[in-house]
Design a protein around this ligand. Structure first.
Ligand code: NAD
Ligand code: IPM
Ligand code: MN
Length: 359
């Protein structure tokens, strides 16, 4: 049966890293007969340049029709001054909300070969395997009202609204409890319930749901402490669950535990397991066009796509093993380079993963 995969390269390093993931998918498609049918569409700044909007109707329609989506990254200085409503980032947010991809899984795993690449001491990060479950279609990112208004005294005021309804909290908590059940049975819910009512409700609902998951040990932590604990002793965590903005921030912090943000993949899933897959990092305008971006987060996102949305577990395993093999070979893009290893560019890294697929 054919499986339709939509590639959305986006901006900056997006096209460079998606090209490498595409090589890997095409190689596996040929050798394993996966039946993948790949197509490409515009999103973000690339779509603005081509058609004036960050999420053209035909891109959204193609995303809805696809079995899974692999996205690079969107945004960049070229579009940073245009109207907020049609910025590249709105294209990504529109895909997430348009497809109801509320469950964002961001696994931070340290490959043992990269223990020396992290800015943290090897003993703090070695063996690290945590999963951040981030709510992705609600919270302050989407709450209404929002905007910039002029007050009576003539002063301007920017405002956003932090809201979560009970059903939104329950559905993301379910994802997190079930993930913890399948892993080591520990779930830490991260909130700001000492200040924000929305997270008082969040905490209350998590406590209520914990009764249905007796084998999961639920704890709560304030987000400021969680940021500190992630850097101090990250291995205390198994699964963390949090809202949209806290999850955005904490997952970038967790990325550095793995050696580089270029190593952190993600899955954004709807209630039925359909998903969009993307690296957690952005379009990295500072290194775009130089051929030095790390494609591994995107390649690992492709593996998550095969596993979670397309039921191709063996192929996903093959990609993850190949990534480990190239790290064993000592190949490193500059972001994960350390003395005694071999510096390679984006394309060389992608080629090496392809070569390692069937080794
Ligand atoms: P960023 O993640 O793009 O870059 C932060 C730093 O990490 C930079 O120094 C960059 O060079 C480095 N980096 C990121 N990915 C890398 C990779 N694969 N290999 C090596 N180094 C890598 O964050 P930013 O600079 O804050 O944002 C740049 C643009 O990206 C903005 O327009 C932002 O809105 C957008 N953005 C998009 C996404 C997305 O599409 N999912 C995510 C985050 C940021
Ligand atoms: C991410 C990004 C996005 C977010 C931006 C680009 C909208 O930072 O995927 O982590 O904030 O969710
Ligand atoms: Mn982010």
């Amino acid at each position: 049966m054919t499986k339709k995969v939509l590639l959305l390269p986006g901006d900056g390093i997006g096209p460079e890293i998606v090209a490498e993931a595409e090589k890997v998918l095409k190689a596996l498609n040929a050798s394993e007969g996966l039946g993948l049918e790949l197509s490409t569409a515009n999103v973000g700044g690339a779509a603005i340049d081509a058609s004036g909007v960050p999420l053209p109707d035909d891109t959204l329609a193609a995303a809805k029709a696809a079995d899974a989506i692999l996205l690079g990254a969107v945004g960049g200085p070229k579009w940073d001054t245009i109207d907020m409503a049609i910025r590249p980032e709105k294209g990504l947010l529109g895909l997430r909300s348009g497809l109801q991809l509320f469950g964002n899984l961001r696994p931070a795993i340290l490959y043992p070969q990269l223990a020396g690449a992290s800015t943290l001491k090897p003993e703090v990060v070695s063996g690290l395997d945590i999963l951040i479950v981030r709510e992705l279609t609600g919270g302050i990112y989407f709450g209404q009202p929002r905007g910039i208004r002029t007050l009576e005294n003539g002063e301007r005021q920017g405002y956003n609204t932090y809201v979560y309804s009970e059903s939104e909290i329950r559905r993301i908590a379910k994802v997190a409890f079930e993930a913890a059940q399948k892993r080591n049975g520990k779930l830490c819910s991260v909130d700001k319930a000492n200040v924000l009512e929305v997270t008082v409700l969040w905490r209350e609902i998590l406590d209520d749901m914990a009764k249905d998951y007796p084998e999961v040990e639920l704890s709560h932590m304030y987000v400021d402490n969680a940021a500190m604990q992630l850097v101090k002793a990250p291995k205390q965590f198994d699964v963390m669950v949090t809202g949209n903005m806290f999850g955005d921030i904490l997952s970038d912090a967790a990325a550095m535990l793995t050696g580089s943000i270029g190593m952190l993949p993600s899955a954004s899933l709807d209630a039925d397991g359909k998903g969009m897959y993307e690296p957690c990092h952005g379009s990295a305008p500072d290194i775009a066009g130089q051929g030095i971006a790390n494609p591994l987060a995107t390649i690992l996102s492709a593996a998550m796509m095969l596993r979670y949305s397309l039921g191709l577990t063996d192929a996903a395993d093959k990609i993850e093993k190949a990534v480990s093999a190239v790290l064993d070979q000592g190949l490193r893009t500059p972001d994960i380079y350390s003395e005694g290893t071999q510096k390679v560019g984006t394309a060389e890294m992608g080629d090496a993963v392809v070569a390692a697929l069937n080794s």
